[in-house]
Write a protein that binds this ligand. Structure first.
Ligand code: TXA
Ligand code: MG
Length: 317
């Protein structure tokens, strides 16, 4: 798949499955209402869940965001952490339609740190709206095979799939609301609160985020496989004969109880994030009834993101 074909698909109003450093996106030209509407149809996503705009660089931000209304800390965050797994929610410009923002006066924007995504965005010279390329409510795709399994049957000859191999970060971007006096963390990702304070130069607003469908990823029972997910500490695995058929996702060094299937044994928290979603999908492929997850140690940003996603996946459905 060459960049020029990807760009012509976007220009013609088709959908493009695009790799990013976090997860695969399902992309459309943000200025074509009909193309964006198809994203919602293909994902089965409710229409009031706004999309993230992906742009080639910070220079393009002024087309999509009302910079006169943007706080200084947002510029600091963008300069320090873009391209990268960080999404900023900012006051939108007139060019951004309600079909992207769900009617809100803010827009979510990021510059992905992925060579293919950046090449496509630079050549396209616009913004692409892209959610994660999974069926609504399922775990995000970190490999092109996950995308094909979820939505492949709905793509047509007018669409295209770019295979960029496995995603290097593995969990969705950190989302920061930059519409107030202080940055507010809406969704943890590779970057956690400490990283944001350092890069933004101001303390975070730590009031609880308002209730929403504003952030679909903040709904409970999101990011969920079919198997039940339970969180355990490494000391608390105690297998019993009546255990459901169980898969174990745990850091290297944690032993697998007899009879359980080891889904992955990541050596670092970054490795853990990278394999997290494929391990959950693997559990479903193996028809396991339950995934027991042991969190990685440490308190860097990505450990917070892993805890967040596993907690949501474990919420009783
Ligand atoms: O890493 C990522 O962010 C991936 C890749 C493809 O870039 N994208 C992604 O998109 O995770 P999605 O649609 O699955 O999640 C985007 C989240 C949604 O929960 C949405 O509600 C929130 O961003 N969002 C978008 N616009 C917003 C806004 N104006 N205010 C608050 N939240 C917003
Ligand atoms: Mg998503």
């Amino acid at each position: 798949m060459d960049v020029s074909r990807a760009v012509s698909v976007l220009r013609a109003g088709g959908l493009l499955v695009l790799p990013t450093e976090t997860v695969y996106g399902l992309a459309a030209d943000a200025e074509q209402r009909r193309a964006v509407a198809r994203i919602y149809a293909v994902k089965g996503r409710p229409a009031d869940h706004p999309l993230i705009l992906h742009i080639a660089g910070i220079e393009a931000l002024g087309h999509w965001v009302d910079l006169t209304a943007a706080p200084a800390y947002a510029g600091a965050l963008a300069s320090a952490l873009w391209p990268g797994p960080l999404t900023l929610v900012l006051p939108r410009s007139n060019r951004v339609g309600d079909h992207v923002t769900g009617g809100q006066d803010t827009v979510a924007v990021r510059v992905p740190d992925h060579p293919i995504a950046l090449a496509v965005l630079a050549a396209f010279d616009g913004a692409v709206a892209a959610p994660s390329a999974n069926r609504f409510g399922h775990v995000s795709p970190t490999d092109v095979q996950h995308v094909i399994a979820d939505i492949g049957d709905q793509l047509t000859d007018d669409d295209a799939v770019v295979d960029g191999g496995p995603c290097q970060v593995g969990v969705e971007s950190t989302i920061v609301d930059c519409s107030g006096d202080r940055p507010r963390l809406l969704r943890p990702g590779w970057y956690g609160a400490d990283d944001l304070v350092v890069a933004g130069g101001v303390p975070l607003d730590d009031e609880a985020p308002e209730p929403r469908p504003r952030v679909s990823g903040s709904m409970t029972s999101h990011y969920a496989p079919r198997a039940a997910v339970v969180l355990r500490s490494a000391e608390d695995l105690h297998p019993t004969p009546d255990d459901p058929v169980s898969g174990l996702l745990a850091p290297a060094g944690v032993e697998t109880p007899t009879g359980w299937v080891r889904l992955s044994e990541p050596a670092t928290s970054a490795d853990y994030a990278r394999v997290l979603y494929s391990a959950l999908r693997e559990a479903d492929a193996l028809e396991l009834e339950r995934v027991v997850a042991v969190l990685p140690s440490g308190d860097d940003g990505v450990v917070g993101a892993i805890r967040d996603r596993l907690t949501r996946a474990s919420t009783d459905r």
